[in-house]
Write a protein that binds this ligand. Structure first.
Ligand SMILES: Nc1nc2c(ncn2[C@@H]2O[C@H](COP(=O)(O)OP(=O)(O)O)[C@@H](O)[C@H]2O)c(=O)[nH]1
Ligand SMILES: [Mg+2]
Length: 185
C-alpha cells in the first residue's frame, strides 16, 4: 500500500491563560517553554504524525495576546478544518465563552463539517473545579464534538486529543472524496 500524506489545519481558541500555548508547545516540541511568548497575533506550529500507511501534517494555529474571538473566527477559522476550544476546568467563564463559540462554529450544513474538540485543560489541579466532566461531556455528546480533559503539566491526553482531531478531519475528507467520486458522479 502506498503511503499517503494528508495536510490539515486546525486552530486553538479559548480565553487567555487557559493553556493553549502550553498544550501546543508540549504537543509539538515536547515541553512547555519556561517563559511563554506573549506576542499579540496568530502563530502556528507544525506537527507531523506518522502512522502505518499514513502521515499527517497538522498545522496548528495558536492565538496569542488579546484573544478576540469574533475577529479570529472570521479571519482565520474559515480556512481551518478543525478547532480545539480550550477552557480551564476551574474557570466558569472560560467554559461559557467556548460553548458560545461552539454554537457559532458548529455548522452541520458544511461539508465536510468542521471538526471541533472541547478541551478542558488544567485537569492536573484537583481542587476548585467548577466545570464537571459530566457537564462538558454531555454537551460534547449532544453536539457532536470531540471531548477531552487535558493537562499540559502532566501531559494528560494531549497527544490523544490532537490525534483524534487529526484523524476525524482525515476521515471526513476521505469520506467526502469517496462520496463525490463514487456516488454523485
Ligand atoms: N496546572 C496547570 N497549569 C497550566 C496548564 N496549562 C497551562 N498552565 C499554566 O497556565 C498559564 C497560562 O498558560 P498559557 O499556555 O500561556 O495559556 P494561553 O494564554 O491560553 O496560551 C501558564 O502559567 C501555564 O504554565 C495545565 O494543564 N495545568
Ligand atoms: Mg498563549
Amino acid at each position: 500500500m502506498m503511503e499517503k500524506i494528508f495536510s490539515s489545519e486546525v486552530v486553538l481558541l479559548g480565553n487567555s491563560n487557559v493553556g493553549k500555548s502550553s498544550l501546543l508547545s508540549l504537543y509539538v516540541n515536547g515541553d512547555i517553554p519556561g517563559k511563554i511568548q506573549r506576542t499579540v497575533g496568530v502563530e502556528f506550529l507544525i506537527k507531523t504524525i506518522v502512522e502505518p500507511h499514513v502521515t499527517t501534517r497538522l498545522k496548528i494555529w495558536d492565538t496569542t495576546g488579546q484573544e478576540r474571538f469574533k475577529e479570529i473566527v472570521q479571519k482565520q477559522y474559515t480556512n481551518h478544518e478543525g478547532a480545539l476550544l480550550v477552557y480551564d476546568i476551574h474557570d466558569r467563564k472560560s467554559y461559557n465563552d467556548v460553548i458560545h463559540l461552539a454554537e457559532e462554529l458548529n455548522d452541520w450544513t458544511q461539508k465536510p463539517r468542521k471538526v471541533i474538540a472541547l478541551v478542558g485543560n488544567k485537569a492536573d489541579i484537583p481542587d476548585n473545579r467548577v466545570v464537571s466532566t459530566e457537564e462538558a461531556e454531555k454537551y460534547a455528546e449532544r453536539n457532536g464534538l470531540i471531548f477531552w480533559e487535558t493537562s499540559a503539566i502532566t501531559n494528560l491526553n494531549v497527544h490523544g486529543c490532537f490525534l483524534e482531531v487529526a484523524t476525524a478531519i482525515r476521515n471526513a475528507k476521505t469520506l467526502l472524496k469517496h462520496r463525490r467520486s463514487s456516488w454523485y458522479l
